[in-house]
Design a protein around this ligand. Structure first.
Ligand SMILES: CC(C)(COP(=O)(O)OP(=O)(O)OC[C@H]1O[C@@H](n2cnc3c(N)ncnc32)[C@H](O)[C@@H]1OP(=O)(O)O)[C@@H](O)C(=O)NCCC(=O)NCCS
Length: 178
């Protein structure tokens, strides 16, 4: 477990160059469809990400800083007030994989989302069936494996299975207080 200073900073336009590099890394491309967004589209996505206080927001994004360096990004999208839910995404620089930092960063995002958005009752995520790192993060943070969607997407030219994982507010609160 790395113990350095880890921070989430709200997405800003100047993060776009790091984000482009991150998305082009082999470790990211193996598991995430990253090649469809241009620099302008990423800037648009950053502009769309809202501060937690924005009551009409559809999504939030933070960049992850570790000892002052950018090492990843975490996000919540498709935020639904009606259903009290949001879908999570996360991506860390390959050089920092396997050190517990992804788990710490996503854990910090859970804290922000559940404390900042009282309507939120459920967080969920989708991962390729072979993405053991992503499943490791979800498992360590108390998510439940909810099932496999067979042949649910095409990734790198092949039809793949995807898993869904979910975490309810009550489960997060129980872990936090216990
Ligand atoms: C998924 C990702 C964020 C994980 O970040 P990370 O910092 O490497 O994860 P952690 O070090 O916190 O590991 C969490 C758990 O998963 C396990 N794990 C991590 N990478 C693994 C791998 N490649 N294979 C098997 N287990 C792995 C760890 O061992 C750890 O469990 P443990 O503490 O019981 O050993 C990172 O691999 C990544 O950015 N991948 C590319 C993008 C991506 O796949 N995003 C998710 C899309 S759904």
């Amino acid at each position: 477990m790395s113990t350095g200073d880890l921070r989430l900073v709200p997405a800003r336009p100047e993060h776009v160059d790091y984000w482009l590099v991150l998305r082009a890394e082999p470790g990211a491309r193996r598991y995430v469809d990253t090649d469809e967004d241009t620099r302008e589209q990423l800037l648009h996505r950053i502009a769309e990400a809202s501060p937690l206080g924005d009551t009409r927001a559809k999504g939030y994004r933070w960049f992850v800083e570790y000892d002052g360096r950018l090492i990843g990004t975490v996000s919540a999208r498709d935020v639904s007030r009606m259903h009290g839910r949001a879908q999570l995404g996360y991506m860390m620089s390959e050089a920092y994989h396997g050190r517990g930092l992804g788990t710490r960063a996503v854990g910090m995002m859970l804290e922000r989302l559940f404390t900042g958005l009282p309507f939120l009752q459920r967080l969920w995520l989708v991962t390729l069936a072979e993405n053991a790192g992503s499943q490791g993060v979800a498992r360590k943070l108390g998510f439940t494996f909810e099932g496999t969607m067979r042949g649910h997407c095409v990734h790198l030219g092949q039809r793949r299975d995807q898993q869904t994982w979910g975490l309810l507010r009550s489960e997060w609160e129980a872990r936090r207080s216990g």
